[in-house]
Design a protein around this ligand. Structure first.
Ligand SMILES: Cc1cc2nc3c(=O)[nH]c(=O)nc-3n(C[C@H](O)[C@H](O)[C@H](O)COP(=O)(O)OP(=O)(O)OC[C@H]3O[C@@H](n4cnc5c(N)ncnc54)[C@H](O)[C@@H]3O)c2cc1C
Length: 398
């Protein structure tokens, strides 16, 4: 009797959640996750292959994401949803199970642009922009990277000079700036006499030009731009008053890096599930691929890393919600989960054979997207150096 019951229980175990990590979540967290999963299934999955092929970002669903409470999710007040870090992470995982471009939109809007205004803006700036951004009526972008300053943003060449009347003149260039060509407001980081400062630049300001970067092999259902900033004139009150120096942009990057560690596991889980289904249906040498030892080993290795990666993300989220998270701990999850996710997606692709190189199946699309995800918000190398510095006490950046 006991044996039968145990066998039945084992058969019921979720093949994507062998350890029942769902049991670590609250009812509210599960409900939120399921709501976002349903949105991705209904509004995103049916069209993602076409959007990816045609390099189309579905701006038409931005307001729906606002209605779902996905924009600036973890921010409180000013019309923001005020969700926990774990809830934000679970949403990021479900969005990226659809496509990294969708999660990237939410990261740029909420974790980067809205966070910058929420953390460092004046009351006037917060009231003016955040409620509309939370609804998806105002789109924001975050300009830190430059053509010659990527991993080393401290070397940025964009300048902001204070004019005699207190207004500002900005000059320079930014590269790889998500959403810039469809954004209404850009957070632009620039070098000033007082150190690096953030500026809120309406994108219709004269001298501000955003041009989408084309011919991308990754993140195709998403927009990144070159920005040219030529004698852009801004009023005195355009500056974010409450921060100077790189700690400003870095604290926003930490918000986005946190979401990425969850998101990467969403792409990995989707690839694993696609590969498992395919292996069970595809017959070769008179039996399903899933009946071969090598195939089983691939699937087992995938699900082990997915479970570990979600545990890493969940523990990081619990620390964040408790207010005890150290930025070094974010590097653990960003580095590990991106690295493992890309390996999982590539392995899943091998199991699909030739069919795996088409957009009919998600793993190669996810793997290609993750090339961007492992690069932005600190490359693998940068997070390795952050962790190496912490472990050894020696900084090896330069
Ligand atoms: C799809 C996408 C979206 C993006 N969105 C945004 C955005 O919205 N806003 C924004 O500001 N930026 C954005 N970025 C830019 C992103 O943050 C940068 O690409 C990233 O920081 C790396 O900079 P880089 O591309 O200039 O590479 P580089 O910094 O030139 O690095 C090239 C290589 O050298 C390695 N390297 C660098 N320094 C060291 C070192 N000290 N030791 C060892 N190796 C090193 C790097 O790890 C990398 O492998 C985005 C990028 C992409 C691809």
């Amino acid at each position: 009797m006991t044996t039968t019951a145990t066998a039945q229980d084992a058969a019921d175990l979720d093949k994507s959640d062998l350890l029942n990590l769902e049991g670590l979540l609250s009812e509210v967290e599960i409900q939120l996750r399921d709501k976002v999963r349903a949105f991705v299934d209904e509004r995103f999955r049916p069209s993602i292959a076409d959007w990816y092929e045609n390099a189309h970002f579905p701006v038409e669903i931005v307001r729906e994401m606002g209605e779902l409470g996905l924009l600036g999710m973890h921010l409180h007040g000013y019309g923001c949803p005020g969700r926990s870090a774990v809830e934000y992470g679970l949403a990021a995982m479900e969005l990226e199970a659809g496509d990294s471009g969708l999660r990237t939109f939410v990261s740029v809007q909420g974790s980067l642009a809205m966070s910058a205004i929420h953390k460092f803006g004046s009351e006037e700036q917060k009231n003016r922009y955040l409620p509309g951004m939370a609804k998806g009526e105002i789109i924001g972008c975050f300009g830190l990277t430059e053509p010659t300053a990527g991993s080393d943003p401290g070397s940025m060449a964009t300048t902001a000079t204070r004019n005699d009347d207190g207004s500002w003149t900005l000059n320079g260039a930014k590269r790889w700036i998500g959403l810039a060509s469809i954004a209404d407001i850009a957070v632009i980081w620039a070098a000033t006499d007082e150190g690096i400062r953030g500026f809120l630049v309406p994108t219709d300001t004269a001298g501000f030009t955003a041009t989408p970067i084309e011919q991308k092999l990754s993140m195709r259902a998403s927009i990144q731009c070159d920005i040219d900033i030529a004698d852009v004139q801004l009023p005195a009150e355009a500056v974010l008053p409450d921060v100077r120096g790189l700690k400003g942009p870095f604290s926003c990057l930490n918000e986005a890096r946190y979401g990425i560690m969850w998101g990467a596991m969403g792409a990995a889980r989707d690839s694993y599930e696609v590969a498992l289904k395919y292996a069970q249906e595809r017959m070769q040498f008179d039996k399903p691929l899933s009946g071969y030892q090598i195939t089983q080993q691939k699937l087992v290795n995938m699900v082990l890393e997915i479970q570990k990666g979600i545990l890493v993300a969940l523990q990081t989220g619990r620390l964040k919600d408790a207010g005890t998270l150290d930025p070094v701990q974010i590097s653990v999850g960003k580095l590990n989960n991106c690295r493992e996710a890309i390996a999982i997606c590539r392995e899943a692709r091998t199991m699909l054979g030739g069919n795996g190189i088409t957009l009919e199946y998600s793993p190669l699309r996810h793997a290609n997207n993750l090339e961007s995800v492992r690069t932005y918000e600190g490359t693998d190398e940068v997070h390795t150096l952050i962790l190496g510095r912490h472990i050894t006490g020696e900084q090896a950046f330069r």
